[in-house]
Design a binder for this molecule. Structure first.
Ligand code: CP
Ligand code: NVA
Length: 311
């Protein structure tokens, strides 16, 4: 059974295949061509955290592909509280053809996938956001074409979005520079893992946003306080002062560099409205692309059912 828990669940070729599929699906949709590859299929979504983009883009994707979706909050399912996670997974696998989970603990999704007999997709955990990274690589490819050798500067927290994006960059031969305050970069184990897996790629972690963006093709940021970290908000705002993506910082980046943000944004914290709404921002194209990338993922993953994993 193939799942999509982190980007490492894909080979490089599979990732490239999904990006090409997403491009085709986007083109087909703009021509009004219907595609019913999920006809008769049911996809369940269980979300322990709020969501606009992930939930709606997945539910729309399923509907546009001819399937049906069922949305459940973590509270109503009681994953691991009302019922053991493996029991939920075994039961739900008999009603549904795929399950998308958004959880706090990454281990919840891993445990669920271990016991599910249908594909499981990670719709964000505290540790990873692979659907975002998949879609972001699609947006970057749409903008730049070939991505090998391009440089992404991530200014802000070494969080779920940053971790998944760094993995995706490594897989496609892109360099990744993280500018984070001390204590908010990647855990050393994750940085080592990236360097071991992708020795030809540069992963830099430094404390200087100006240095980080100097040669960047993409300046990326995300919130300083992720869902579940609300109690740390004041301390984080303090620690991240000086890490805002604003016009002054963008002046240090090459003229062709674009700005990306996974959204939702905390305007005035990690990014100014001037930049987010400005000429160099592709954040809303980026948000829209979630639909196409996830359609490709759903179609492909569900067609893999019954095939043996090659890794
Ligand atoms: N970027 C993203 O995942 O947005 P949501 O939290 O609204 O789903
Ligand atoms: N890092 C953010 C991403 C939201 C899409 C969070 O986890 O809240």
């Amino acid at each position: 059974m193939r799942h999509f828990i982190t980007l490492f669940d894909l080979t490089r070729d599979e990732l490239l295949h999904l990006l090409t599929m997403a491009e085709r699906l986007k083109r087909q949709r703009s021509r009004g061509k219907a595609r019913r590859k999920l006809g008769g299929k049911v996809v369940a979504l269980i979300f322990e955290k709020p969501s606009l983009r992930t939930r709606v883009s997945f539910e729309s994707a399923v509907a546009q592909l001819g399937g049906a979706s069922i949305f459940l909050t973590g509270g109503e399912v009681g994953l691991g509280t009302r019922e053991a996670i493996p029991d939920c997974a075994r039961t739900l696998s008999q009603f549904c053809d795929a399950v998308i989970l958004r959880t706090f603990a990454h281990s919840t999704v891993e445990t669920f996938a271990e016991h599910a007999s249908v594909p499981v997709i990670n719709g964000l955990t505290d540790a990873h956001h692979p659907c975002q990274a998949l879609s972001d690589l699609f947006t970057m490819r749409e903008h730049f074409g070939e991505l090998r050798g391009r440089i992404v500067a991530f200014v802000g927290d070494g969080n779920n979005v940053a971790r998944s994006l760094a993995a995706g960059c490594g897989m496609l031969g892109m360099h990744f520079v993280l500018a984070a305050p001390e204590g908010y970069g990647f855990e050393p184990e994750y940085a080592d893992l990236l360097r071991q897996r992708f020795p030809e790629v540069r992963f830099e972690i430094n404390g200087s946003p100006k240095e980080a963006v100097r040669h960047a093709d993409v300046v990326y940021t995300d919130v300083w306080t992720s869902m579940g970290q609300e109690a740390e908000k004041d301390a984080r705002c303090q620690a991240f002062r000086g890490f805002q993506v604003n016009e002054q910082l963008l002046e240090q980046a090459p003229a062709h560099a674009v700005v990306m943000h996974c959204l939702p944004a905390h305007r005035g914290e990690e990014i100014t409205s001037e930049v987010l709404d400005g000429q160099r921002s592709i954040a809303f194209q980026q948000a829209g692309n979630r639909l196409h990338a996830q359609k490709a993922l759903l179609e492909w993953l569900m067609s893999q059912q019954g095939r043996r994993s090659r890794r």
